[in-house]
Design a protein around this ligand. Sequence first.
Ligand code: IPM
Ligand code: MN
Length: 351
Amino acid sequence: MKIYNIAVIAGDGTGPEVIREGLKVLDAASIGKFKLALTHFPFGGEHYQKTGETLPDSAIQELRKFDAIYLGAIGHPDVKPGILEKGVLLKLRFSLDQYINLRPVKLYPGVDTPLKNKGPEHIDFVVVRENTEGLYCGAGGFLKKGTADEVAIQESINSRKGVERCLRYAFEYTRTRNRQKKLTLCGKTNVLTFAFDLWERTFHEVAKEYPDVKTDYAHVDATCMWMVKNPEWFDVIVTDNMFGDIITDLGAMIQGGMGIAAGGNIHPKGVSMFEPIGGSAPKYTGQNKINPLAAICAGGMMLDILDEKEVAQKIEQAVMKVTKEKLKSLSAGQMGYTTTQVGDLVAEQVV
Ligand code: IPM
Ligand code: MN
C-alpha cells in the first residue's frame, strides 16, 4: 500500500485542535487505500518562547524529504508581530520555494454568505496568489531611522521568471478546472506601472499558448468590488503576493468565513504545504469551539496534490454534506457542535 510521509506542524492556538480533526478525517478516508506516516514538528510561538528558535535551517533540510506538510496555525499573542510570520511561515514558503498560494473561494451549500441574493451557484472561483516575491521579499530598509527625517522603503520584487511560472501555473490550473475557462489577472496597471507592466506583458505572452483559456483583467480595487457585486464573473484569478493576501481574506468572508477557508502553498515538483488560512484564534484555544472544516478542507487539498484525487473529492463532498445538513453556522461556538463532533461528522461520511 502506498505510504505518504507527512510533516505535521500543528502550531499555535487552535492549530492543534483543528489539525487533530483534519487528521481524523484523513485517516478515515485513507482506510484500505493508502497510509499517512506522520512526523510531528513543534514549531510555532510556544516553541519560540521556550527555545528562542523559530525554524532552524536543519528543519528545512529535513522537511524537504516529506511528501507534504500539514500546518495548523502560526501566531502567538505574546510574540511580537513579524517574528513568527517571517521566521516560520514565510521561511517555509520561501525556502521550499512554494511559489503558488492556491486559495479556493467556494460557497458550500447551507453556508451563509454576507452577499445578498448570492448562493453556491455564484461563488466558486480560485485565487492563484504568487507566494515568493512582491512586497513579501523583505527588500528595503530604513534611512535615518528614529529621526524626524526617517524614510522607510519596502520594495516589491517581481522577476520575469517568478511572474511567468506563476502565470503558467494559473493557465494550466484554469484549463484543468474546466469551468468558465477564464483567467483574470488582478493588478494595478494604472499606478504600479513597472511591476504590473511586467505582469501584463507576460500574461498576454503566455496566453498565446492557451488559446482555449479566456483572459480578462481587473485592477485590484475593482476586483474587490466585483467579488462582492458579481462573484460569478470569476473562475480563476491570478495576482501578486500582496494583492493575493488581501483579496483572499475578502474571499474567505464571502465563502462563509475563516472557518472554511483553506489554502495550499505549492511547489508543483517539490514539497507543498497545506493550511487553514484563518490563523491561531487565541481566544478560542482549548475550548473545542473552533470550526475544523478549513483544516479538513486543507487536508483534502493535500490529497489532491498527492494525486489521491478521488479521496480528495470524497472529503469535499463530505464537508458539503455536513455544511448542508448539520451545521447551524460556521462560526466558532455557534456551529451547534463542538470541534471534535464536526470532525466526527465529516469522518463518518468518508469511510
Ligand atoms: C496569509 C497570512 C500570512 C500572509 C501572514 C501571517 C504572514 O496573512 O497566509 O494570508 O500575509 O501571507
Ligand atoms: Mn493573509
